[in-house]
Ligand binder design. Structure first.
Ligand SMILES: [Zn+2]
Length: 151
């Protein structure tokens, strides 16, 4: 099946069977159907990593088969520091159960992702707080959440 790379003005086409995102470690065919599946697999084994572009070197989230900044397909998985800064924080108050903090986190490597800040009162999270990732169970999968670094 052919698809068009819209990032480069539809001048390049790819056979999607060749597009599996970042290269797997150790070579060989990539067993993951999507970059998101590989991202979740890595989280499940305690690894916080995202694809980095081989051309412009930027790290992106969510994981894609193409670099969203330059359209390159040469991606590799980069281990992240797990450190970030709170860009915004909201306290959600459910009808039942305890309040929790939903925050946008700017990772030190660049990407911004939505997550939870845990281990602190939800109203105790402030813009600019430095946070560190913790991989936590949510339903039947592992997700990145964040804890405040000591001030
Ligand atoms: Zn790029």
């Amino acid at each position: 099946m052919q698809c068009v790379n819209l990032h480069k003005g539809a001048r390049r086409t790819f056979d999607v069977t060749e597009l599996h995102g970042a290269e797997p470690e150790g070579g060989g065919p990539n067993p993951f159907p999507t970059p998101g599946a590989e991202y979740r697999h890595r989280l499940a084994r305690g690894e916080f990593a995202l694809p980095a572009c081989g051309d412009c070197e930027r790290v992106h989230y969510p994981p894609r088969v193409l670099c969203p900044y330059c359209g390159a397909t040469a991606l590799s998985w980069r281990q992240l520091s797990g450190l970030g800064t709170v860009y915004s924080a909201s306290v959600l108050v459910p009808r039942e159960g305890e309040s929790y903090c939903v925050a946008l986190i700017d990772l030190d490597e660049g990407p911004r992702l939505m997550s939870n800040v845990v281990g602190v009162s939800p109203s105790g999270v402030e813009i600019g707080d430095r946070v560190r990732v913790v991989i936590a169970e949510a339903g039947d999968e592992m997700v990145p959440m964040f804890r405040q670094e000591r001030r």
